[in-house]
Design a protein around this ligand. Sequence first.
Ligand code: HEM
Length: 184
Amino acid sequence: MLGYPFRPLLQAVEAKGGEAAVAEAKRRAGVPPDRVYRMSEIYADEECQRLLAAAGEVLGLGVEDTCDLWAEAFLKDTQKRFPAWYEMCADARALLECHPEIHYGFAASLDDPKASKAITDKFRIEKRERELIVHYRSPNRLCFLYRALARRVIAHYGDEASVEEPRCLHRGDDECEFRIRWAS
Ligand code: HEM
């Protein structure tokens, strides 16, 4: 996984538990204490999974609540660093529709075609009237993060939409399927 999402995860840990919590989460995850995640560098997926688990342990939170804090820091960071995406998208549907393309931009910047494909293969979106069906497949199984981000994007634009996940990697399905439905 690219280094970018690791950064808001650690920011969230720091905001809640301070520098000591970050150091402890890194230690528990077996991450070198001086690791600074680079936005466009690839890190092992297992490192992301270990760091998420360690962040939850250190903060005393379950994975869902940890992902919610992560999503809050993640979206804040994207709004600061990449405001053009938010300006271009008039509503939540527009941003959620183009989110795989945002990721493709990062994938395109990589020299390694295998690493690039690992990013582009994760999400596929079907566009229906008043509904998006998002297919997600990833060794990181970050559906809690996806749902928390989608809900926050919907709230950011003041839209009214529900997010459901009828199929889930954690429940033994071969992918997570999110159904995002707008009332009107
Ligand atoms: C400007 C906005 C955004 C930026 C710059 C951004 C950037 C990124 C980057 C660079 C990654 C790492 C990609 C990889 O290595 O596979 C990532 C992962 C991810 N993003 Fe985004 N993203 C944005 C918006 C969103 C939104 C709106 C959602 C969900 C509604 C989302 C959901 C995710 C998830 C779930 C992952 C983890 C994928 C995995 O490894 O399984 N992102 N994002």
